[in-house]
Design a protein around this ligand. Structure first.
Ligand SMILES: [Zn+2]
Length: 150
């Protein structure tokens, strides 16, 4: 407890996020689509500093660290050829942004059909990729943050 005043001072010195972004240009279209979908649903996203870049993994498609101020997303370049827009990649990035912007955590995989993009390991990808469930998953993803009187 002796250090509490010092800690509080430190915390209050951390500047607010400025909304600064470094997003790899190949990932940018997926972020733009996410922002557009949020706007369509009337969801106001929190201001955060965003860093998103490629890094090779074993066993993960992407990985995100987030807190109230920042989102740091790493994406395995091997998951796509990055020549075209992919709904499969979109599902991955939206899942990660569900963590980062919406503070959503993983849901357990219990049954078919998968009910959320945040369910692991399957995350509703098949219904997202063929388009049949995309709207449903978008509504579920943004959930109670959707402005209901719109
Ligand atoms: Zn996840």
């Amino acid at each position: 407890m002796k250090y509490l005043p010092f800690l509080l001072l430190l915390i209050s010195c951390i500047p607010d996020p400025k909304g600064e972004q470094y997003i790899d240009s190949k990932l940018q279209p997926y972020f733009d689509t996410f922002y557009a979908e949020a706007e369509k649903l009337g969801v106001e996203l929190p201001t955060k500093d965003v860093l998103a870049y490629f890094e090779e993994f074993d066993g993960y498609r992407a990985w995100t660290y987030w807190n109230e101020r920042i989102i740091r997303m790493r994406v395995d370049p091997e998951i796509h050829d990055w020549e075209s827009y992919s709904l499969e990649v979109e599902a991955t990035i939206f899942h990660e942004l569900g963590h980062g912007y919406l503070n959503r955590h993983h849901l357990e995989y219990t049954s078919v059909p998968v009910e959320s993009l945040m369910t692991i390991p399957h995350g509703g990808r098949s219904g997202w990729i063929d388009g049949s469930m995309r709207e449903y998953y978008l509504n579920e993803l943004f959930g109670d943050k959707i402005e209901t009187n719109k």
